[in-house]
Structure formats: structure tokens, C-alpha cells
Design a protein around this ligand. Structure first.
Ligand code: NI
Length: 256
């Protein structure tokens, strides 16, 4: 297998301190490329360092909605400059998180729009984080209809109706280990609806270790194979064939 972990936080200290070992285990498991996702100013700088160091590692740069209140115009200008790097494949993660509300909703919305302006300007895909803010996120994305290269909703947890809307819009859907959890029957039913040319997978490591490895902390890219196996079963396919299809989807999405 040659899976791509389309959303990992390899800069986070749980993983960065043992990164060579983490990546070796990943390659052994068949997860051979990684997109490491930046979430704040210092983290984005770390992403740039890692993608310059490791051949099969790529980046996405953005500011997490939690921190929206701390983001200045200069920070957004810096992001735009950094995003021109050839191995930065996407803008994000960005979006709205009304679960924690670490930043006021209006501030989150404003910063989200600036990310989308940049993604539209430089024509790179955008990685969306949305939590308890589905309708609001979709409304803001609708303002950019026809202007964004590609859109993925990361760590997907939508219901049937929401998923129809996401697919109608032409967006992509990315699943983490949450889809493997025993209680996630409904989410697996949703996963069945999604054609493989719109479906991607990710670890979101160091978080969300998949079943049956939920006791392993931190999560790491090698464990992505359990999410692949779960979704291959959902789609009634052999995991190798499933992996080949969604790797192709990820290559198309990110322009790899
Ligand atoms: Ni993430």
C-alpha cells in the first residue's frame, strides 16, 4: 500500500521528538507520504522546516479558529507569503469551532474569510475545520462559489443530509479514526454514501487513535491503516484496492 496521511500534526511535540522513528514505522505500514498541517504562527514555521527536510512530506498552513482572536493582518500577510512554497499544498486548517468558542464567532468568521481569500488568490485547496458550526461554515464557503480550487471538510462527522449538501457542492470529505469507533455506526453509514473519488483519510495525529488501537497514544501515521481497513470494509472492497483509489483521490485533490 501507498497511503497518504492527508492531515497530520507532525510538528506537535508528542511526535516531533521521535519523528524519524514515527516516519519509519509509517513507511513500514504502507503510509508513505504525509501532509503536516500548521495551526499557528510558530507551528507554520516548523511545518516549513519539516517539509524542507523530508522528501515525502508536504504542508498545509493556516491558523486554527481557536486562535482567531490573536491573528493580525501581518500574520495573514505572512501566511500568504509562506503558502507560496512549492511543497505547501493547501491553506488550512481554517474554519469555525463553536464547540470551544476560544475566539468570538464574528472573529472566527472574519479570519476564516481571509484564509479563503488567500486560497482563492493562490489557487490552492483549502482544509476546513468545522465543529458545531456546519451551517455557518457552509454559508461562508458559498460566498466563494467557483473561486476555490478544492475544498475538504476534515475530521468529518456530518449526518446524511449534511453529506448530501457537501457532495452537491463538489467538496471532498476526509475521515479520521472517529469513523472506526464502535459507536460510530451512523458515520459509517454516511461513509457508504461517499464516492471514492471524493473520499480521503487522515490521522489528525497525535489525536484520535483509531479502533482497535485506541489505547495507543499518541496516534501516529502508521495507524492510518486501521481507518483504511474500516472504510474498505464499509465499501465492500479489499484494502489494497481501496487504498489505491483514495490515494489517487488525494493526489488529485492536492495536486500531487
Ligand atoms: Ni487537525
Amino acid at each position: 500500500m501507498n497511503l497518504i496521511d492527508t492531515h497530520a500534526h507532525l510538528t506537535f511535540e508528542e511526535l516531533s521528538g521521535q519523528l524519524d522513528d514515527v516516519l519509519a514505522r509509517s513507511v513500514d505500514a504502507g503510509v508513505t507520504r504525509w501532509i503536516t498541517v500548521g495551526t499557528h504562527v510558530a507551528d507554520n514555521e516548523q511545518v516549513l522546516r519539516l517539509i524542507d527536510k523530508y522528501d515525502n512530506m508536504y504542508g498545509a498552513l493556516g491558523y486554527h479558529p481557536h486562535d482567531a482572536k490573536d491573528i493580525s493582518d501581518a500574520d495573514m500577510e505572512l501566511l500568504k507569503q509562506q503558502a507560496a512554497h512549492i511543497k505547501v499544498l493547501a491553506i488550512g486548517e481554517c474554519g469555525l469551532d463553536y464547540h470551544y468558542m476560544h475566539s468570538p464567532a464574528e472573529t472566527q468568521q472574519r479570519i476564516f474569510r481571509v484564509h479563503l481569500d488567500i486560497a482563492a488568490d493562490i489557487q490552492k485547496p483549502v482544509v476546513i475545520h468545522t465543529r458545531e458550526a456546519f451551517d455557518e461554515s457552509m454559508a461562508i464557503l458559498a460566498e466563494y462559489a467557483g473561486r476555490l480550487k478544492n475544498v475538504v471538510i476534515h475530521c468529518y462527522g456530518g449526518d446524511v443530509e449534511q453529506t448530501r449538501l457537501v457532495l452537491d457542492r463538489g467538496y471532498y470529505i476526509s475521515f479520521t479514526g472517529t469513523v472506526t469507533f464502535k459507536r460510530s455506526e451512523a458515520l459509517r453509514e454516511v461513509a457508504k454514501m461517499i464516492p471514492l473519488d471524493r473520499l480521503m483519510i487522515e490521522t489528525d495525529c497525535p489525536y484520535i487513535s483509531p479502533h482497535p488501537k485506541r489505547n495507543i497514544r499518541p496516534n501516529e501515521p502508521a495507524l492510518l491503516i486501521h481507518t483504511a481497513q474500516c472504510l474498505a470494509d464499509v465499501h465492500g472492497m479489499e484494502v489494497e484496492e481501496f487504498a489505491q483509489k483514495i490515494t489517487q483521490t488525494s493526489e488529485v485533490f492536492f495536486g500531487l
